[in-house]
Write a protein that binds this ligand. Structure first.
Ligand code: NAP
Ligand code: G4F
Length: 329
């Protein structure tokens, strides 16, 4: 039985990937950090089996800032595949905690790669690289060859993590790869990312619990896909014989305002009556527009997106309305 080790198992992608790997028959080991309140909401439906001695799902405490814990975990678990999804992943927040973001998101990746070497295991390694690395984009659409121009401490940390992954592949022959994923969302998306903030608030407005939605830059353009499909792409990349880097995207771009319009349209409300902008949600430097080409992923690993923009908004909104006992008519 194959063993997988996941950082970021409590996050959006970690939770979907854990489900996928369990369904494929893997033994799954997830690393979670200690928190004063429960941070296992997204995996509670699979974590309930933890007491069962036959469970193939295991949780371990650890932190990307703690290299000795990472070393110990890899030496003990000896995984076949490592999916490194843990990060301080919020772009706006990275301007407030730049040093911490560098420590977790950049150096955390180095610590984990070094732990593979120390444990002397032949594990395959997946790095959760980001389209944010393209920042002030040099060409459109962006692909695996497009130069980076990061625009936030988060994106700078991800550029470091990208290159250290590639360096360990070249220097030490590790099967270490970068999935360069464009924005991907789902009902499990964190509530302070714009997609979830919009669908969550629109559902509350429809339920009569809220009467305004405060946002930042409505003209930002993103290539939004559906998270469960993106974790499938991660797994496919890791099943290849040779390590390589891949862009995962939908090839469709929409503004934040279009996301807002579609969500309000679905519940039959006029968005302009509810939405205002607030300087708190702008970034000191923005990534104005992102649009990815998934051609290489389609050609080499047979992956392509199925859920596109309108269906994504609908999936997220339907989920959030259900929380209030409402449905789309
Ligand atoms: P997420 O929901 O924010 O999850 C991040 C995960 O990292 C959580 O499990 C979090 O734990 C964990 N984490 C944070 N700090 C940590 C630390 N110091 N030590 C150990 N774990 C820590 O992010 P996501 O959307 O699932 O994204 C997964 C990965 O893909 C991230 O690396 C992200 O940067 C990258 N990425 C995401 C997208 C996207 O659109 N979603 C696109 C490209 C790349 P807690 O639950 O305790 O906070
Ligand atoms: O939803 P966002 O916060 O995502 P962002 O910054 O694109 O980052 C996400 O995707 C990256 C991949 O490209 C990941 F690497 C990263 O970890 C994360 O998952 O913001 C999307 C856009 C931005 O341009 C932002 O300025 O929406 C704009 N926006 C407008 N109003 C807002 C808001 N963003 C947030 N979070 N909150 C707002 O009120």
């Amino acid at each position: 039985m194959k063993k997988a080790f996941l950082t970021g198992v409590t996050g959006q992608d970690g939770s979907y990937l854990a489900e996928l790997l369990l369904a494929k028959g893997y033994e799954v080991h997830g690393m979670m950090r200690r928190s004063s309140s429960f941070n296992t909401k997204r995996i509670s439906h699979i974590a309930h089996s933890l007491q069962d001695p036959a469970s193939r799902f295991h949780l371990h405490y650890g932190d990307l800032t703690d290299g000795s814990a990472l070393n110990r975990l890899l030496k003990t678990i000896k995984p076949d595949e490592i999916y490194h999804l843990g990060a301080q992943s919020h772009v706006r927040v990275s301007f407030d905690v730049p040093e911490y973001t560098g420590d977790v998101t950049a150096l955390g990746t180095l610590r984990l790669l070094d732990a593979i070497r120390d444990a002397n295991i032949a594990a395959k390694f997946y790095q959760a690289s980001s389209s944010e690395m393209y920042g002030l984009v040099k060409e459109t659409p962006q692909n695996e060859e497009t130069p980076f121009y990061p625009r936030s401490p988060y994106a700078c940390a991800k550029v470091y993590a990208y290159w250290i992954t590639k360096n360990y592949r070249e220097a030490y022959g590790l099967f270490a790869i970068n999935g360069i994923l464009f924005n991907h969302e789902s009902p499990r998306r964190g509530e302070n990312f714009v997609s979830k903030k919009i669908t969550h608030t629109v559902a509350r407005i429809k339920a009569g619990l809220e009467n305004k939605l405060l946002l930042g830059n409505l003209q930002a353009v993103r290539d939004w896909g559906y998270a469960p499909e993106y974790v499938e792409a991660m797994w496919r990349m890791m099943q290849q014989d040779n390590p390589d880097d891949y862009v995962v995207a939908t090839g469709e771009a929409h503004t934040v305002q279009e996301f807002v319009e579609e969500a309000f349209r679905l519940v039959g409300l006029n968005w302009e009556q509810y939405v205002s902008t607030d300087p708190r949600y702008y970034r000191p430097s923005e990534t104005p527009t992102l649009l990815g080409s998934y051609k290489k992923a389609k050609d080499k690993i047979g992956w392509e997106p199925k859920v596109k923009f309108k269906e994504l908004v609908k999936i997220m909104l339907e989920h959030d309305l259900k929380e209030h006992g409402l449905t789309l008519s």
